[in-house]
Write a protein that binds this ligand. Structure first.
Ligand SMILES: C[S@@+](CC[C@H](N)C(=O)[O-])C[C@H]1O[C@@H](n2cnc3c(N)ncnc32)[C@H](O)[C@@H]1O
Length: 209
């Protein structure tokens, strides 16, 4: 295993870049359908930005954040190759005053995080939710998908790395403390299947009070 979380992700994304348009996650397609009109979409833990590029291609104003330098470089190269406008920001979720680095809001904001919540510590989850609250106003939304406590024993396609199997009730409680109310909740297999890894995930759409 890499010596730290950030070493792991930098090595993971150090694969040769491709200029092919990436297939978005099933979750991104679901969320795009729920958003309706154009939003300022802010993705946390974007990796190489496959979902951010997808949201941009549907007319959303997208900011994509990740701590991995290699992931952000690949994402920027891909956006330029594909002619998509995504504002990539290389930053750790712990960066002080992270919200101030993000472009001002249009009308409506959607915070988006897929497979990010389980890749960060519980303390970092608190920081992420604080940033989400700072970046949103009443009626804005947050969409998250993450591995749950029921996923601990399942087959994984990627190498062993930091994963925190999340109790959805704990996440909902932490989100509620920042003013996010669960609007839609579902859990199970089949939402994020990737080869032999059929993760038991939680999906949440939350609305800011
Ligand atoms: C499992 S990947 C998910 C990537 C992408 N969202 C997807 O669904 O394909 C988790 C991502 O979180 C990023 N990450 C982990 N810890 C982070 C932190 N503290 N701050 C910002 N990004 C972080 C990693 O670099 C990695 O790109």
């Amino acid at each position: 295993m890499a010596s730290s979380k950030s070493d792991y992700w930098n090595q993971y994304y150090a694969r040769p870049a491709t200029n092919a348009r990436p297939v978005p996650s099933q979750f991104a397609v679901f969320v795009a359908g729920e958003l309706g009109g154009p939003h300022r979409v802010i993705e946390f833990g974007c990796g190489t930005g496959r979902d951010s590029l997808f949201f941009a291609s549907y007319g959303h104003q997208v900011t994509a954040i990740d701590s991995s330098t290699t992931a952000i470089e690949h994402g920027q190269a891909l956006a330029s190759e594909l002619g998509e406008k995504v504002d990539f920001i290389q930053a750790d979720v712990n960066t002080p005053d992270l919200p101030s680095l993000i472009t001002e809001a249009g009308d409506r904001t959607a915070i988006y995080a897929r497979f990010f919540v389980h890749a960060i510590t519980e303390e970092e989850q608190g920081t992420f939710l604080d940033s989400a609250a700072a970046l949103t106003k009443s009626g804005d939304v947050m969409a998250v998908e993450y591995r749950t406590i029921r996923d601990q024993s399942g087959t994984k396609e990627t190498d062993s790395h930091y994963r925190r199997f999340v109790n959805p009730a704990d996440f909902d409680h932490a989100a509620a403390q920042r003013g996010f109310r669960v609007q839609y909740a579902v859990e199970g297999f089949g939402f994020a299947k990737y080869k032999h890894d059929d993760a038991y995930v939680a999906r949440r759409l939350l609305v800011r009070d």
